[in-house]
Design a protein around this ligand. Sequence first.
Ligand SMILES: Cc1cc2nc3c(=O)[nH]c(=O)nc-3n(C[C@H](O)[C@H](O)[C@H](O)COP(=O)(O)O)c2cc1C
Length: 195
Amino acid sequence: MPVDHFVAPENSLEPVRYDIIEMLHRAASDKSHPWRYPTVASVDQNGAPQARVMIVRDFDGTIPQIRVFTDARSPKFAELSANPDIQLVFYDPGAKLHLRASGTAKLHVRDDVTNACWNALPEFGRGDYLSRLPPGAAITSPEDALQDDSFGSENFAVIDIELTEADWLSLSANGHKRARLIWRDGKCEGRWITP
Ligand SMILES: Cc1cc2nc3c(=O)[nH]c(=O)nc-3n(C[C@H](O)[C@H](O)[C@H](O)COP(=O)(O)O)c2cc1C
């Protein structure tokens, strides 16, 4: 949809934009927030969707950008290296707020960003990136999934997701509300759409 058709953010869409930014800030800082664990979808080499749950680790509302962590040997890392298109789905059943956010993934491995995030990770959080075999590799039994501490931060990857579009849906007995926002050239524009 051409961005020209969108209404300016200073009108009735501004509270929606504010709500999205606020919810994502809380998801990044509060482990019990319902938006903490979005479903994150990439596209594989055959063009098929691949979705999984991930943890929101950080959020920069000025870009806006969501940060997640993964293992650089995982299929999702290879998928996003080949095609950075990514989509996240959040739902808060209490607030009845659903968000489908699309964006572009920037991958970090063995750089300043991964070093800083790794150093801030508690010891128990590092084990997820220290498996002896790559994530998804076949093993005979769960006990064969050994950890190899000598890897250090070698396979630890940070994915920064710059949001380009958001489809926000608020469910209510008084009438659902839905809006689509687009971030482009540092500006956010949006419009109400039919729920
Ligand atoms: C609550 C929860 C949180 C998870 N968080 C992450 C995460 O932040 N990063 C990650 O790589 N995998 C995470 N996982 C594991 C993935 O959902 C999934 O099993 C795995 O990453 C699949 O990888 P693939 O899609 O690359 O094959 C999480 C799983 C659960 C259940």
